[in-house]
Design a protein around this ligand. Structure first.
Ligand SMILES: Nc1ncnc2c1ncn2[C@@H]1O[C@H](COP(=O)(O)OP(=O)(O)OP(=O)(O)O)[C@@H](O)[C@H]1O
Length: 495
């Protein structure tokens, strides 16, 4: 029998589930708030947790990654009165066992609980997977944990793996780690074709950048060609599929593979046989496939740009890497790791970090994810030179401006919501309310002041960031009596 925790703010639901599950022989605890639920989950090893979504102290779904990162990895079943497709997607992507509506039948709920308990029992009895070599992959946040679990599973099996995630989230890093943790790396041989033909090939991990394949040469690059197969083919050439024999073929940006090639490649994937261009004979290649994309392959398939049968084949095991903004806890470790690495490679002394800088890096959204962070550190090291400590002033201007503007927006939002709150609680304050026009003017002035401070009063930069034309910006600055930099003034007068 299992240990179950019910987190639900409705006392009647807690009582009914507690009675039902206790009657079935399970040990049941209940919590009516998120914080007390989290406290209980941290100090007890539950097998299954039933989690409500709308709680008085916040959204229950936000607890999911933390609950899943508990040492015993409990199964979490979301039981909500307000089911939505996006809620269900979020829940499943974050490791929930199931997503049920409160109006579901008791039988459905019990079935889900029993299956989760059975899975937990079998998991406890099975051999744990050997820990994987992390290589240079940094990340200990709850969002990264399921990714490392899947990496471990992928390393010990031969299934095709699809790695998804925004640009710069570490897809290639994961693909390399799957290969180097697999038996294929241990038995790896040097590629027969000189590595300079494919600088990203190491041992028998072979990278195919589908976005960079010239359309007319795709087949030849992948499958090779015979001498004289086409104009310019003055010697027989081995393709990347042949190079990956005995190893791993990494199809990066697989969404860009031309439709015509997708059909051929599917056959190669199924049969592990290919025919070089101009050859009558088929050859064998025992490669293992790992593919990656930042695009939505399902959408591409619906738009007729990606074959459904290939999609089904590719995603036997999918690892979805989270964007950096969803795992900000990892930023400090990433900064330390990459700064130390870059300093070593530039033969520089290592750097210290001003606490304000780390805070600023944690506050930024990082649309280019870890790659953008690494490039930013690289740029900061160049600007800092021999300075022993990195400060926010070493950050690129566009990042400093974004951080300042975001902070301002947040402040404005907090103020707005506290104003709303005051409106709803106090009608006697009506005298102090201002017109919408006045409110908008104040907000406009605050935005401009912030923009000018953030850009160091640089008009060109301010226009670029705000999207406001130069003449309109001058007009607004004059209206609100805000000064721009003298240098810009002079340029304007002489220009
Ligand atoms: N978890 C991580 N730990 C340490 N470094 C990372 C991590 N994720 C990404 N990086 C670094 O970020 C950069 C980009 O990583 P990578 O090329 O693997 O991303 P990607 O998702 O394949 O990008 P793209 O979709 O643009 O090809 C590399 O310098 C890599 O070392």
């Amino acid at each position: 029998m299992g240990n179950v925790l019910v987190i639900d703010d409705d006392a009647a639901v807690c009582d009914a589930l507690s009675e039902l599950l206790t009657h079935m022989g399970h040990a049941v605890d209940t919590a009516m708030r998120r914080d007390s639920g989290m406290e209980k989950a941290s100090s007890n090893a539950y097998d299954v947790i039933l989690l409500d979504v709308k709680m008085p102290d916040g959204n229950g779904l936000d607890l999911l990654p933390k609950l899943k990162s508990q040492a015993n990895d409990p199964e979490v079943i979301i039981v909500t009165g307000y089911g939505t497709a996006s809620g269900a997607e979020f829940a499943l992507k974050n490791g929930a066992w199931d997503y049920l509506e409160k109006k579901a039948s008791v039988e459905d709920l019990l079935l889900s609980i029993n299956r989760a308990l059975q899975y937990q029992k079998e998991k406890q009895g099975s051999q744990p997977l050997a820990p994987v070599k992390r290589e240079r992959i940094i990340g200990s946040s709850p969002k990264m944990r399921p990714c490392f679990d899947l990496l471990a599973q992928a390393a010990v099996s031969e299934v095709n793996v699809l790695i998804t995630g925004e640009t710069g989230t570490g897809k290639e890093l994961f693909a390399r780690a799957i290969h180097s943790n697999s038996p294929r790396a241990a038995h790896g041989t040097e590629s027969v074709v000189p590595l300079k033909r494919n600088p990203r090939a190491e041992k028998n991990f072979v990278v195919v950048d589908c976005a960079a394949l010239p359309e007319t040469l795709v087949e030849s690059v992948l499958f090779g060609h015979e001498k004289g197969a086409f104009t310019g083919a003055d010697q027989t050439q081995q393709g990347l599929v042949a190079q990956a024999d005995g190893g791993t073929l990494f199809l990066d940006e697989v969404g860009e593979l031309p439709l015509a090639v997708q059909k051929n490649f599917l056959r190669v994937l199924q049969e592990k046989r290919y025919r070089p261009v101009g050859s009558k004979r088929e050859r064998e290649s025992n490669f293992r496939l790992v593919a990656a994309t930042h695009r939505n392959l399902e959408q591409l398939q619906q738009d007729g740009k990606f074959r459904q049968d290939l999609l089904y084949r590719l995603r036997a095991l999918t690892i979805d890497l989270p964007p950096l903004r969803e795992r900000r806890e990892d930023i400090k470790e990433l900064v330390r790791h990459h700064t130390a690495r870059l300093c070593r490679s530039y033969k520089m002394d290592s750097k210290g970090f001003d606490p304000d800088l780390l805070e600023a890096l944690m506050a930024y959204e990082w649309p280019g994810n870890v790659r953008e962070l690494v490039n930013t550190i690289d740029g900061m090291l160049a600007v800092a030179g021999q300075d022993a400590t990195l400060f926010p002033k070493h950050l690129p201007l566009h990042i400093r401006v974004k951080i300042v503007c975001n902070a301002f927006k947040e402040k404005a939002q907090t103020k707005e919501s506290s104003d709303d709150h005051e409106d709803s609680t106090s009608s006697s304050d009506a005298d102090s309310l201002i017109s919408f026009k006045e409110y908008r003017l104040n907000a406009e002035k605050r935005y401009l002041e912030n923009l000018m401070d953030g850009t160091g009063r640089n008009i060109a930069q301010a226009c670029k960031i705000s999207g406001i034309s130069r003449s309109r910006l001058y007009e607004l600055l004059t209206k609100h009596q805000i000064g721009e930099s003298e240098e810009e003034d002079e340029n304007q007068q002489t220009g």
